[in-house]
Ligand binder design. Structure first.
Ligand SMILES: [Zn+2]
Length: 127
């Protein structure tokens, strides 16, 4: 039996879509203020957003922020895809259930808390 009720799913779907609208508005505003780099980022918004941000764009706060927003947008799109595929709420790391409380706080979460913590420790480790 799935751990999310039909109402939960409906609620998360709504939250994700609203979050997506808000993000898209923020990204659009940002791109309209900016010049070159913004357009470059938009040309391929999903290409290695994190690596790119860390490599050469982190110094520019605006672009760093844009990259984060694009990464958030991607996470939301992925969550919506999981919702329609019926795999929403399942951890992509260990295949376990993501706590409903965690999803309420962060509807785009793709991993359970312990997988997320492992992931972040790994990512923040020095090269
Ligand atoms: Zn997990």
């Amino acid at each position: 039996m799935p751990h999310l009720s039909h109402d939960d799913i409906k609620q998360f779907d709504l939250q994700l879509r609203l979050g997506r609208q808000t993000l898209l508005g923020a990204i659009r505003n940002r791109l309209h203020q900016g010049d070159g780099p913004g357009e470059m980022a938009l040309a391929n918004p999903y290409a290695d957003v994190r690596e790119q941000a860390e490599a050469d764009l982190l110094a520019d706060t605006d672009i760093g922020q844009l990259q984060r927003e694009l990464a958030d947008l991607q996470a939301i799109d992925e969550a919506l895809a999981r919702l329609s595929a019926g795999s929403y709420g399942t951890c992509t790391g260990c295949g376990g259930r993501i706590a409903v409380r965690r999803l309420r706080a962060q509807p785009a979460a793709r991993m359970c808390l312990s997988c997320q913590e492992n992931f972040e420790q790994h990512r923040q480790a020095p090269p």
